[in-house]
Every structure is written in structure tokens, then in C-alpha cells.
Write a protein that binds this ligand. Structure first.
Ligand code: ZN
Length: 257
């Protein structure tokens, strides 16, 4: 099995991209939090480490929100599809959720299931996270077949909305957080408008850079548990669901209006 990892290699002349992608991912995480704070959605997940515990908890308290710790999780690099409990003495971070109320926090913890080593209730989680119903349904059906379900029935040329583009999810860069059920999911596009307006309020220039990046043609090439994503600025690598028989390639293009 391929261990989880992420790598970003800038193309010549685009050396600033790895650090720029870090800033973009930070803005995306911040947007998730802000959407709960502003009441657009009930819950978001949040990882809290020892080094940022004080700062984050003080902020959550100040914002009048609730943090529900779910699992003491072991570290792994990059994108993961499940949280593993840290063993005694192993370094750990808290995996948990942020909500407006205690009740919603408890509902999320129960639906997540990882505290009790139960299977997650994806439908309930999706609703608490405020995802569109069509996409919750898609994820619930496809996740058991492929834990990285990016339009699993599609390959070759795929045209869609930038709001639905999840090909850079491994690096934390996207507008909307969920797996869209289709590259042209209208509900995701709608949700993305809300996201984008919140992003722009915080950092207009960076938000526009994210939108432009997701609108660029890119190739997502997946084989043997490693995915390579090539954009005009960099080549990124990450772990993904392993295709062993043959590779699957998506050539992403933004849908012309
Ligand atoms: Zn959808």
C-alpha cells in the first residue's frame, strides 16, 4: 500500500507556486470555518495540534462556537480518507468538529463513528456539513467502491465548472469542500458562489487566483495508488485509490458558458 504523501514540483519560472498553494489551502480552510461561524452550515471538521491548541481554542471560544473532540489521531502526510487512532506515546492531533451548538457537535461525533470504531453515517455527516443532497448521495454510493471518488465513471476529456473541480484536493485547494456528483453539478456551483464570496471578503486577490487555477486545463493521471496532476504551473503527486489494471486519466477543461 502506498503511504499517504503529497509533493509539489513547480515548473520552470513558477518557483513561487508551492508556497502560493500553501496560502491558498489556508484560505480554503479558513473559509470552511467562516461558513460555520456565519451560520451557512452546521459543522466543519478541525484538526487541533499541541502547537496551535491555545490559539485555536481561544478563537473558537471568542467566536461563541463549540469544539467537539472526536479522536486522538496519528499523523500522516497529506490527504487521508480515514483517521487512525494514535497509539500510546505516539505523536497525535485532535480530530474533531466545530459547530454552533453542543447538540450538533454530539450529532456529528455520533455520525462520524470513529470514536467508537463504527462505520460513518455519510448521509448524516453530509447534511451536517451542508453538502448538496445529490453529492451526498453520490458519495454515499461511490465511497465503498473507491475512497477517492472523483467522478469515478469518467475518464478522458471532462468539462465542468471550476466550483466542481476537486482535482487539487490533495493540496487543499478548492472552492467547496465536498466531492461533486458531477463536473457540472448546479448545486455545487451554487454552493461555490457562497464560498467564493466569503473567500473574496477575506482575500480578494488570492480568492481570484484560486478561481483562475481551478479554471485552467489540467491532467489528473491515476495509476497504482499514485495520482499525478499537471497544471500549467506545477506537477503535483499524491496518494489515491489504487487502479491496478489500467490507469485512469482525466483531462480537465472548464466548461465554456
Ligand atoms: Zn451534486
Amino acid at each position: 500500500m502506498v503511504e499517504s504523501f503529497v509533493r509539489l514540483m513547480p515548473k520552470q519560472g513558477f518557483q513561487e507556486w508551492p508556497s502560493l498553494m500553501g496560502d491558498m489551502a489556508e484560505l480554503c480552510r479558513e473559509t470552511e470555518y467562516r461558513l460555520v461561524k456565519d451560520g451557512y452550515r452546521k459543522a466543519t471538521t478541525l484538526h487541533i495540534e499541541d502547537r496551535n491548541y491555545k490559539e485555536l481554542m481561544e478563537r473558537i471560544n471568542k467566536d461563541g462556537l463549540i469544539y467537539t473532540p472526536i479522536l486522538k489521531a496519528a499523523y500522516s502526510e497529506g490527504f487521508i480518507h480515514e483517521h487512525k487512532e494514535a497509539k500510546e506515546g505516539e505523536p497525535f492531533y485532535w480530530y474533531g468538529c466545530v459547530t454552533k451548538t453542543y447538540k450538533e457537535g454530539q450529532e456529528f461525533k455520533k455520525a462520524d463513528g470513529s470514536a467508537e470504531q463504527k462505520k460513518p453515517n455519510h448521509i448524516k455527516l453530509g447534511k451536517l456539513l451542508g453538502y448538496p443532497e445529490c453529492c451526498i448521495d453520490y458519495f454515499n454510493k461511490k465511497f465503498p467502491q473507491n475512497w477517492d471518488p472523483i467522478w469515478i465513471e469518467k475518464s478522458g476529456r471532462v468539462c465542468g465548472y471550476p466550483e466542481c473541480n476537486r482535482l487539487l484536493r490533495y493540496f487543499g485547494v478548492h472552492i467547496t469542500w465536498h466531492f461533486s456528483c458531477s463536473p457540472v453539478c448546479e448545486k455545487t456551483k451554487e454552493e461555490g458562489k457562497k464560498w467564493f464570496s466569503v473567500m473574496k471578503e477575506m482575500d480578494k486577490e488570492l480568492a481570484e487566483k484560486i478561481y483562475n487555477l481551478l479554471s485552467k486545463s489540467m491532467t489528473w493521471d491515476s495509476y497504482h495508488g499514485v495520482v499525478q496532476i499537471e497544471t500549467p504551473y506545477f506537477v503535483g503527486l499524491s496518494r489515491t485509490f489504487p487502479y491496478l489494471e489500467k490507469k485512469r486519466v482525466i483531462n480537465w477543461e472548464v466548461k465554456k458558458k
